[in-house]
Design a protein around this ligand. Sequence first.
Ligand SMILES: CC(C)(COP(=O)(O)OP(=O)(O)OC[C@H]1O[C@@H](n2cnc3c(N)ncnc32)[C@H](O)[C@@H]1OP(=O)(O)O)[C@@H](O)C(=O)NCCC(=O)NCCS
Length: 442
Amino acid sequence: MTEIKDKTELIEWFRASTTYINAHRGKRFVVLLSGEALADKNLPNLVCDLTLLHSLGIKLVLVHGARPQIAQALEKNGSQSSYHKNVRITEAESIETIMRVVGGESAKLEALFSMGISNSPMQGSNIRLVRGNFVTAKPLGIINGVDYHYTGTVRKIQTQAIEQQLAQNNIVLLSNLGYSLTGEVFNLTAEEVATEAAIKLQVDKLILLIPQAGVIDDNGELVASLSEEDARLYADKLSQGDDDSKSISRALRACLQAYSNDVHRCHLISFKDNGSLIRELFTREGNGSLISSDNFDNLRAATIEDVTGILKLIKPLEEDGSLVERSRELLENEIGNFKIVELEGAIIACAALYPNGEEFGEVACIAIDSHYRKNGYGERLLASLETEARKKSLKKLFVLTTVAAHWFIERGFNEEALSELPEQRQQLYNFQRKSKVLIKKL
Ligand SMILES: CC(C)(COP(=O)(O)OP(=O)(O)OC[C@H]1O[C@@H](n2cnc3c(N)ncnc32)[C@H](O)[C@@H]1OP(=O)(O)O)[C@@H](O)C(=O)NCCC(=O)NCCS
């Protein structure tokens, strides 16, 4: 019995993944595999999952680091790793060892991606991983009297060359090594290479694999969605912790840097959990932390000054019956429930969340100016309301809609009977409008 149930669940999940497969096809992701991820026993599974992404038409740029491997090799050689402000100082005598270690790690990854043995899920995948001098570096130099020698920083990402490789269906592999115009090799941070690659290529996602499920709050709960401000606070706090915390802090700073340069979807996912990448990308619940786009395109909580702009935005939609009418007084009283998107001084989108009892939240008055539709504003507002609802510990969202039922269904809502709503809301139902009742479990 259980076995059949599991199979049914598997089939349902596979069907449900169609939306995500279609959404991700042809998209470009930068994925950072830290040195810690390369040393983890889950690495072969991760490689299988990356192969699956590639097979589904996702263009991948992988960036790997080798921080613990380098530290170990230098220690073995009797050289001390010295750091200043958490940045390794790479002495001339260390760079040879670093080149050997990083090259070795790249080769190990190439070998894993080449695996095509008959009993592995990668049989027949025939993946081509391409390495090259795609990252031009320059020395970090002497800062406050400290000479960083062969520690470098990214000068240029050879985007055209990378694009050509992606167009030929190759996976591009970058590392924490960069090459200067003087012909020298520099030791960079893999986080910087990944972030710069994501920004310069303007990829659809930056994915950073970290040692835990995502950002974990003080109650031990996973923070599925973070605002930019939350990400900054966690990055500061975690930078004071142990090695794992520090690596999560670095990943968060990489996300923040990418965000402020228009890479709006940055995920932090565990490299230890088998299948975490698949769950994050192909299930609605996800399985990591995503820095939310709340602070982009000026998505923010509405204030009393926004009432006139919101009224202007929703008036035509009230007139055509898509939205119920709201008076200025009502809007002024309820403005605390609204979020808006402001563009060059005009309010181009709004949505509201009305908590209803301890369990339910009502999504209402979601409206995007007709000139700005199909740009993802509706989706971002809804995601922002969901984050807000989760913060308020609500369990379900509902919406009453006459014209946008499919839009909500495609975003995880299900049509339900009116009797599923809180009693007091049922009593306010307008039978003339015949709105559909849609509910989403959070
Ligand atoms: C529904 C609405 C909020 C979507 O906002 P948006 O910013 O355009 O949405 P997104 O960019 O996130 O998504 C766009 C996708 O949704 C689709 N979509 C838009 N309206 C839809 C609807 N009523 N039913 C089904 N799909 C719809 C678009 O076709 C587009 O998909 P495509 O690119 O595959 O063609 C917007 O169209 C709107 O303001 N409509 C009028 C007001 C309204 O009906 N509000 C709902 C009241 S409950």
